[in-house]
Design a binder for this molecule. Structure first.
Ligand code: ADP
Ligand code: TRP
Length: 356
């Protein structure tokens, strides 16, 4: 039986945080350890060029993300690890794909609009093309599953649209890639607004944070009187939709989004039952947030401490990361090269003498 292929990646923009860990990294490790799959994991260094960048920082960051990958348990014996820029086939395929994507479709994507707001001086073609390159990242390996957080769903939809168009225009059978769902597909920000994100200071706990830092960060999470009502919103029409909860403070009648962040972390680290226990207290005797936060800081630190130790060990081995990605890129290029040759053939451009 041929193994199904998996592709995922993270932009090279800094240290990983708990959102990356639960939304993507844990899924990446789980799929790597399943013998039914062949896993390709890259650092999206070319995607890091879509927003303002500094080359030295970018070099350090991409190295750092590979160290994080290895530290969380990705194993170069099982997974193919590399930098996106080491496999130029991604860019070539993205160019072919861009022939079937309208500018308007890209301009209307929520992720594009967010970046335009964030960097109004940097609305470039590279930014507009972000999802097309991402589609090429995935489809150049003909990957069927992509472990990423729910915020990446609009990009996966683009990849599926491109696959459908290429299949119908050129008689190909590219897979329509699906998201591999994890229980932490959306980790809320510690500020109570939006998702945990590197680009929002104060919103995240990094995998490299020490116990004191975690305690300080949790201490800042906005809470409420400790008592209130919980409303569960379900949308059964949406496939794969997970119930959303709202915590409504009994004294102010306002929604407490910081409490949602805390409860989500309790569930991710300690399981559903523990969350239910706190939720029962919220609806009866009340929750003491001081205690909850101290306990949570400890369980978070206990889980990430071994990752930090492993990362330190990896970083003391000179040349190890370079070796891993050199051999990863070689393997990746073989697969990517086959797909690009097949696409050129199907499009008829091999016969035209372009890159034949
Ligand atoms: P950031 O928003 O911090 O820059 P990235 O966009 O680099 O994070 O995301 C890397 C991966 O981590 C993606 O698969 C993304 O879906 C996932 N991810 C990022 N933030 C979260 C979050 N808060 N909850 C769940 N998954 C997340
Ligand atoms: N867009 C992804 C993010 O922000 C990074 C990424 C680039 C990616 N190419 C990919 C993720 C291909 C999965 C598959 O995190």
């Amino acid at each position: 039986m041929t193994k199904k292929r998996i592709l995922s990646g993270m932009r090279a923009t800094g240290t990983l945080h708990l959102g990356n860990y639960f939304g993507a990294a844990k899924g990446m490790v789980a799929l790597q350890d399943d013998p039914n799959y062949k896993t390709f994991y890259m650092v999206a260094d070319l995607h890091a060029l879509t927003t303002p960048f500094n080359v030295e920082e970018l070099r350090k960051n991409r190295h750092n993300v590979i160290a994080d990958y290895l530290a969380i348990g990705l194993d170069p014996e099982k997974s193919t690890l590399f930098f996106q820029s080491m496999v130029p086939e991604h860019v070539e395929l993205a160019y072919y794909f861009s022939t079937v994507v309208s500018v308007a479709r890209m301009q209307h994507l929520p992720t594009f609009k967010e970046k335009v707001k964030q960097y109004p001086e940097n609305v470039t073609m590279a930014l507009l093309n972000y999802p097309v390159l991402m589609a090429a990242d995935i489809l150049v390996y003909q990957a069927e599953l992509v472990p990423v957080g729910i915020d990446q769903e609009p990009h996966l939809e683009i990849a599926r649209e491109i696959a459908r168009k290429f299949n119908s225009q050129y008689g190909l059978s590219l897979p329509e890639p699906k998201r591999f769902q994890t229980s932490g597909e959306y980790v809320p920000s510690l500020t109570g607004e939006g998702k945990m994100s590197k680009s929002m200071p104060g919103s995240f706990i990094a995998l490299t944070d020490d116990l004191e830092t975690i305690k300080k960060k949790l201490a800042k999470v906005p809470t409420d009187s400790g008592k209130g009502k919980i409303k569960t919103i379900t949308d059964t029409k949406k496939p794969g939709y997970q119930a959303k909860k709202r915590y409504i403070d009994s004294t102010t009648n306002q929604e407490s989004k910081g409490v949602l962040a805390l409860m989500t972390l309790v569930e991710l680290f300690e399981g559903k039952e523990k969350r239910v226990k706190y939720e029962k207290a919220y609806e009866s005797s009340g929750v003491r947030y001081g205690e909850l936060k101290t306990y949570l800081a400890e369980v978070i630190y206990n889980e990430i401490k071994p990752i930090q130790e492993k990362k330190r060990e990896i970083l003391t081995q000179p040349g190890y990361i370079d070796e891993v990605i050199e051999s990863g890129a070689k393997k990746a290029r073989q697969v990517a090269g086959e797909t690009v040759r097949m696409v050129r053939q199907a499009m008829g451009i091999a016969q035209l003498g372009i890159n034949s």
